[in-house]
Design a protein around this ligand. Structure first.
Ligand code: ADP
Length: 378
């Protein structure tokens, strides 16, 4: 049994999964410990949250073969899931400046689990890893090359674990598991678009950090970096601008709500601010779909995932409306009715449009299983 551990900035999620079961993966319910360190919370810190994981009876009696840790940023050197060693821990720590909210919490989980289960192999699965195949033309920013290299300023991409899983399911859905060209739209609180060709990622919208690209719940996505310097010269500190772009922008910045359900309810009630936020969100997405059609040349599947992508038929239809010239036709009835993994395009649509619920935990369990099986002494 594999314990999948996601030690995040304000929550710890965990799940027991046996990915090797011939009948399909066996798994226990996922558990989420929230509000770590927040006022009034009974979970003081990560240490307290993690000791709850270890005291969970199901975990105690599971007979753990390995632990798979979700890690957001692998930095420039960790380009694939890795068996955790002291050196790997150092590399994850070195990537903290690139993911200051996430990597420290991920590290806390790793260090704690290594102390608690010193004899159980542990694997780090990076959100950046699936994007390590992105070619230089899509990876490099067009800035002074020497400075970029010295500071590792380049596109890394995130949501890789989800994108790997969803693109594989989507390729299988059209009967082309090894050859399909897929656009994955992961739309949750964070949001990203990725172009995947024959199982390899060739471009993605998030960049050096998860700030670039699509409009998100609280993050701006793409904007002119010169605006940042203008705001700093106008008296804001770099920390204030950073916090504004990560935490008070996106849907929240435009209309005061970051939950897409609330935004849509306000749009339907005629609220103009919410309508602008919704339209900016959908416009940006449509722009990226067009861009990735050009990057891929031929698109076989567009796959929606994440809380918004899986649940909002309105967002899906708004984003894809008017794209018949790209061979994209959504079936209005299929779009609103079905659940689970399903096709929502018409039978004559040149591009298959699908909804694929993501399963990052299963993907982490599979990667962990594969690494441990490969590194087992013969
Ligand atoms: P995370 O990125 O934190 O994993 P999720 O992928 O669960 O989050 O996505 C959360 C978002 O999904 C919420 O902000 C919410 O707006 C959106 N969402 C969930 N259900 C719906 C729905 N029925 N319609 C529109 N948006 C939804």
């Amino acid at each position: 049994m594999i314990l999948v551990l996601n030690s995040g900035s304000s929550s710890v999620k965990y799940q027991l999964i046996d990915p090797g079961d011939a009948e399909g993966p066996a798994r226990a319910e996922a558990v989420k410990i929230e509000n770590i360190g927040e006022p009034g919370s009974d979970v003081r810190d990560h240490e307290a949250a993690l000791s709850r994981v270890a005291r969970d009876g199901a975990v105690e009696s599971a007979g753990l073969t390995a632990i798979g840790h979700r890690v957001v940023h692998g930095g420039p050197r960790l380009r694939a899931p890795a068996l955790i060693t002291d050196e790997v821990v150092e590399q994850i720590a070195a990537a903290v400046p690139l993911a200051p909210l996430h990597n420290p919490a991920n590290l806390a989980g790793i260090e704690w689990a290594r102390r608690w289960w010193p004899d159980v192999p542990q694997v780090a699965v990076f959100d950046t890893a699936f994007h390590s195949t992105i070619p230089p033309a899509a990876r490099a920013y067009a800035i002074d090359r020497e400075i970029a290299e010295r500071h590792d300023v380049r596109r890394y991409g995130f949501h890789g674990t989800s994108t790997a899983y969803v693109s594989r399911v989507a390729a299988g859905l059209v009967g082309q598991p090894d050859t399909a060209n897929v656009i994955v739209l992961h739309l949750g609180n964070g949001a990203s678009a990725s172009a995947v060709s024959a199982g390899r990622c060739v471009d993605t919208s998030m960049g050096m950090t998860p700030l670039e690209g699509l409009v998100m719940g609280t993050r701006s996505g793409d904007m002119d970096p010169a605006a940042i310097f203008m705001l700093i010269r106008a008296g804001m500190s770099p920390d204030e601008v950073e916090s504004m772009l990560f935490r008070r922008s996106g849907l929240l910045g435009l209309c005061g709500d970051n939950d897409m359900r609330a935004v849509i309810a306000r749009v339907e009630a005629g609220d103009q601010d919410a309508a602008l936020a919704y339209n900016v969100y959908c416009h940006r997405l449509r722009k990226y779909i067009g861009a990735y059609c050009a990057v891929l040349g031929r698109v076989d599947v567009i796959a929606f995932t994440g809380g918004v992508g899986e649940n909002s038929s309105l967002v899906r239809s708004s984003v894809l409306a008017g794209l018949q010239s790209l061979g994209i036709r959504v079936d209005p009835l299929r779009n609103v009715t079905a659940t689970g993994t399903r096709v929502i395009s018409t039978d004559d649509s040149a591009v298959t449009v699908a909804v694929v619920p993501t399963d990052e935990e299963l993907e982490i369990a599979r990667e962990t299983f594969a690494i441990v099986a490969r590194t087992k002494p013969q």
